[in-house]
Ligand binder design. Structure first.
Ligand code: FES
Length: 367
């Protein structure tokens, strides 16, 4: 067998030079990619949680009907004979509206129906802080229109082993609660519901809810134009010990329920807007480590807005901490989480930059 040629030979020296040059080139390329704002934008391909994003579906608006004052219900159908992904009470769908806005709506149909999804939405005017999503659903999603949906996802799950169930729903907050009430009623569980709204005409599914409550008196309806504001504390005061309390509706209703929660009961909330934080809105800095840039986040702005001024292609959608599109890894700094979407595990090293902020003077993002 021939012996290897000594390293000092001309051929060996040439091989060493070529290998070294290749290594240096690779390192330089990696450094360039790492520092480029175009890599790997627009967002992490997978959420930090490692859970793949749910596949988008194109569904047909098969039915668009008014079910109360200012409320429309949509029945969305997929391809016949191909069952839609299943869901459980409390789940919602992301609707990608024709303008590109993404909005979340609770599923309020029958989970056993795998041919369609049903959602309902209330028209929220600009005077109430609406930003056009519900108007688009009401005006653009007519029967026969195709719409992209993602999900279903459930961040308001119904626990199966509660001693009893107490539900409080305000207005359109009845949508996830309706599917829950049907489920616990069918299971023969002990349940009660306080359903409140501005007027009976503006309260969707009222007839069905009252029918479910039946003679057992499980349902208390409070229409504010008839009987004033609901007494949430008195209603919860009658809850059985060790029960589960589910609340969906305006912020004030949820605060009232949280204040009046009987000892031993668990509280489950579904919010329409991000929770207020005690942290205030102080200014801080965000370093974008891979881009080599630093942005200032002032009191009146969001991390997302500040970062997009530097990286305009950065993906985002709901801007309310609901959809998860703007989840990014945090390398350094203390996070003031203001969403209700991320799990504790995800919160350890990532944040939703559309709503969450810094507790200290500086954050470092993996961007
Ligand atoms: S844009 Fe939807 S969670 Fe931030």
């Amino acid at each position: 067998m021939p012996l290897p040629r000594p390293l000092g030979s001309r051929a060996a020296r040439a091989a060493l030079v070529v290998t070294g040059a290749a290594l240096l080139t690779r390192r330089a390329l990696r450094r360039r990619i790492g520092a480029s704002p175009l890599w790997p934008l627009p967002a992490l391909a997978e959420p930090v949680s490692g859970q793949p994003r749910t596949r988008a579906l194109r569904l047909l608006v098969a039915r668009h009907e008014r079910v109360a004052d200012g409320v429309v219900q949509l029945r969305l159908e997929g391809v016949p004979s191909v069952p839609l992904p299943g869901w459980e009470p409390g789940a919602h769908l992301d609707l990608v509206l024709p303008s590109g806005l993404v909005r979340q709506y609770s599923l309020c149909g029958d989970p056993d129906d795998t041919s369609s999804y049903t959602v309902a939405t209330r028209l929220i005017g600009a005077d109430e802080g609406g930003r056009g999503g519900s108007r688009e659903v009401h005006e653009a999603l007519a029967e026969g229109v195709e719409v992209e949906v993602r999900g279903p996802r459930n961040r308001f799950p119904l626990i199966g082993d509660a001693a009893s169930y107490t539900f409080v729903a305000g207005g359109i907050g009845i949508t996830p609660v309706l599917a829950m009430v049907r489920a616990v009623d069918a299971a023969g569980a002990d349940w009660r519901l306080l359903y409140c709204g501005r007027s009976r005409a503006a309260m969707p599914f009222l007839e069905e809810v009252e029918k479910l409550g039946g003679a057992a008196g499980r349902v208390r309806v409070v229409a504010e134009d008839e009987s004033g504001r609901p007494d949430v504390a008195a209603f919860l005061g009658e809850a059985a010990p060790a029960g589960a309390v589910y609340v969906c509706g305006p912020e004030g209703l949820m605060d009232a329920a949280a204040r009046a929660l009987p000892e031993g009961c668990s509280l489950h909330l579904e919010r329409f807007a991000p929770a207020a934080s005690a942290g205030g809105d102080s200014a801080f800095e965000v370093e974008l480590r891979r881009s080599g840039r630093t942005v200032a986040v002032g009191p009146g702005t969001t991390v997302l807005a500040a970062v997009r001024a530097e990286l305009p292609g950065l993906a985002y959608s709901c801007e309310q901490g609901f959809c998860g599109t703007c989840q990014h890894r945090v390398l350094e700094g203390e996070i003031d989480h203001r969403d209700e979407l991320l799990t504790d595990g995800e919160r350890a090293d990532s944040m939703l930059i559309c709503v969450s902020r810094a507790l200290g003077p500086r954050l470092v993002l993996d961007l």
